[in-house]
Design a protein around this ligand. Structure first.
Ligand SMILES: [Zn+2]
Length: 318
């Protein structure tokens, strides 16, 4: 990603997914090819509500094909030098494992503040680690995952979970859930309104919808611009802010209960590595600076709240 500059000062008109009418957009140039469909894409951002997206969007078929063979973990692993380094040693693997275990547990705790039993569906459940934090005694647990390899692991490890190997877009059910979660999944979906109509149908009256997405108002995005780690090379299709996400959820008759910005999620180090890797600096130095900036990212997060890298929104169906 070399340049992210406005290429059309006149500003083009597109239909915004949130504003639902033709609005003016800033069109940003981007020299990269999307990794989903190997096509060149732009970034556009709505002047009215601030929703940013890639343009043109890949279609549903292209997405289904891509995620069937590339799990989320795989692509994260591919782009991050630091992840690769950590995964090359036993202690590094342990650090990553403990971080994820802790992170899934924290997410589950968040939900248990609102609901202590019932049915839960995790969309994009990967190996089922998140759902494992809910006791089978009190919870009826279902996960949907498109990647067959991850499904195989989930089915083997967690016998009390029902795992569905499907694209969420083609999941049809009469069942209604008390809680539905999308952790870092919603921003990968190409038709947010269609997804929310579907979610609305499968969530019980007064049931909960929890969405975690990258925060388009993050400080790191403003600092690192096109090197921001969470652009994720065209895998992330939409960039939500608290304002645009709140607005679209309200349109679909959800009430916002709470928005959290997790403190330990930081892209400072990943974004710095992206930036330095482009500057012909030896890999070892990039790696060292990257590792050193992990605690720095967390310290920065102490001073910013709604400008952290990720946000979690707890919504309730009216
Ligand atoms: Zn808009």
């Amino acid at each position: 990603m070399h340049s992210l500059r406005i290429i059309n000062i006149m500003k083009k008109q597109f239909i915004c997914n949130v504003c639902k009418k033709k609005v003016h957009f800033n069109l940003f140039n981007n020299d990269e090819l999307g990794i989903i469909n190997k096509r060149k894409y732009y970034y556009i951002d709505c002047i009215k509500c601030g929703l940013m997206q890639i343009h043109p969007l890949p279609n549903a078929k292209e997405l289904e094909k891509y995620y069937k063979y590339n799990s989320k973990q795989y692509s994260d692993y591919k782009i991050s030098l630091i992840n690769r380094f950590l995964k090359s040693s036993k202690i590094g693997k342990k650090i990553i494992y403990s971080y994820f275990t802790w992170s899934y547990k924290t997410r589950a705790k968040l939900i248990k503040q609102y609901k202590s039993s019932g049915s839960i569906l995790d969309v994009g459940c990967a190996q089922g680690n998140f759902l494992n934090n809910f006791s089978g005694k009190y919870w009826d647990k279902t996960g949907i995952e498109l990647n067959p390899m991850l499904v195989k692991i989930a089915k083997k490890n967690f016998l009390d979970q029902k795992i569905i190997n499907k694209f969420f877009e083609s999941y049809n059910t009469k069942k209604k859930y008390d809680v539905v979660t999308l952790w870092q999944t919603f921003e990968h979906m190409q038709s947010p309104n269609k997804i929310l109509i579907k979610l609305s149908k499968i969530i019980k009256h007064h049931g909960f919808l929890i969405i975690e997405v990258p925060n388009s108002k993050s400080l790191n995005k403003s600092l690192f611009k096109n090197y921001w780690q969470l652009f994720q090379k065209g895998e992330h299709l939409f960039f939500w802010s608290a304002k645009s996400l709140t607005t679209i959820l309200k349109l679909h008759k959800f009430k916002i209960r709470k928005i959290y910005y997790p403190i330990f999620d930081t892209s400072t180090s990943g974004s710095l590595v992206n930036f330095l890797s482009n500057k012909k600096i030896p890999q070892l130095i990039v790696l060292l600076l990257g590792l050193m900036s992990i605690p720095l990212g967390i310290v920065i997060n102490l001073f910013v709240y709604d400008k952290r890298d990720n946000m979690q929104i707890i919504a309730q169906k009216l």
